[in-house]
Design a protein around this ligand. Structure first.
Ligand code: SAM
Length: 355
């Protein structure tokens, strides 16, 4: 198969330039793309996620699922769905913690939405006891009530970027300059309908981002939850309010990398616009809880208590590791403030734990 970089170059040469969204989509999810067949997580990879920081993260989400399932009237069966489950760590920790509720474990049918062959293999190993079903996309899920978890999934969905110029907004594109990938601007007027109202006022040089893919995903999920009941929990990094700014970034070996260098070899992400997603869910008639910060969410689910309880029973070195993990998840300067939690629900849910 032709490497991603080579295919991109040919396509850009033919088309003159492609949007940032098309670039992200091709580099991450296209044939041979970054998310198709490698494990990018952990020390040896490019980044670390909350479930890989501490098993307490997945355990608390497991307890959140049981609580939400009961609030939904304990439907049996219920489709327990994870979008982009990575190594399967979060779900394995969640289901281990869910042993306290055998009725939930018996009612749940496990569905994993994953495009990555290597990560599917790891998920199969970790979750074999729960007979998971894999899907390429949310649209392939069977009918019925849903409980959906998505941690660091939305940030990988493509965003469009717009740059304010003296002549107004222009979409940012990836083009070729002296045979190297470089940023450029699309013709005036192209795709401006994608810009959201909070972005309309800005000074020259400002950058606006929007992810129609993330908005469409939340919209269709919200409609489905309204029709068939359930709840979805999104955890990701980004602001609570829509704003301006360039958050398109690449990570390689745990360091920031130029997003246009080595396409297919570095993770590409952009901050999640939680206000835009909440608005999409509300417009679809669904319930919305949050966004709240990850720190507040985990604290209110009892992370600090749990980590202290475990630390008190552990030796000094393990106790220190547990406390460090807890800080990493909730401290404002670490993951506690940048990461937000948003829930979207079908009808008839007045309250949710932690939100
Ligand atoms: C940043 S990782 C997060 C993994 C996991 N949720 C965690 O917290 O450790 C993104 C996950 O989403 C998957 N993924 C990325 N793009 C996807 C897509 N378009 N459809 C389905 N899964 C995708 C990746 O393979 C990976 O499992």
């Amino acid at each position: 198969m032709q490497p991603v970089a080579e295919r991109l170059r040919r396509r850009i040469a033919l088309e003159g330039g492609i949007t940032i969204a098309a670039y992200m989509e091709t580099v991450l999810a296209g044939a041979g793309g970054y998310y198709r067949d490698r494990d990018p997580l952990g020390e040896g990879g490019d980044f670390i996620t909350a479930p890989e920081v501490s098993q307490m993260f997945g355990e608390l989400l497991g307890l959140w699922c049981i609580d939400t399932w009961r609030r939904l009237g304990a439907p049996d069966p219920v489709h327990l769905v994870e979008l982009g489950p990575g190594r399967g760590t979060l779900m394995a920790d969640a289901l281990r913690a869910a042993r306290v509720a055998p009725d939930f474990l018996a009612a749940k049918q496990l569905h994993l939405v994953e495009i990555n062959a290597e990560l599917r293999r790891q998920q199969r190993d970790r979750l074999a006891d729960h007979a998971p079903h894999w899907h390429e996309s949310l649209a392939d899920l069977p009918d019925g009530p849903l409980l959906v978890i998505a941690n660091e999934f939305l940030d990988a969905l493509p965003v469009h970027q717009f740059v304010m110029t003296d002549q107004g907004w222009r979409e940012r594109i990836v083009t070729l300059r002296e045979d190297a990938l470089a940023y450029g601007l699309a013709a005036p007027g192209a795709a401006l309908a994608l810009l959201r109202p909070p972005h309309k006022q800005a000074r020259p040089g400002a950058i606006a981002e929007t992810s129609p893919a993330a908005i469409a995903l939340v919209d269709s999920l919200a409609r489905r939850l309204m029709a068939q009941s359930g709840a979805a929990l999104f955890i990701d990094y980004g602001p609570a309010e829509s704003g301006l700014g360039d958050t398109f970034q690449a990570l390689r070996h745990h360091r920031f990398h130029d997003p246009l260098r080595d396409p297919g070899e570095a993770d590409l992400t952009a901050h999640v616009d939680f206000a835009a997603l909440a608005e999409a869910a509300l417009q679809a008639g669904a319930g919305v809880f949050g966004p709240v910060t990850q720190g507040d969410f985990l604290r209110s689910l009892g992370l600090e208590l749990r980590s202290e309880m475990l630390a008190e029973k552990a030796d000094a070195a393990t106790a220190e590791i547990l406390r460090r993990q807890c800080r990493r998840l909730i401290a404002p300067g670490e993951m506690g403030r940048l990461f937000k939690v948003l829930a979207v629900t079908g009808a008839n849910l007045n309250q949710l734990a932690g939100l």
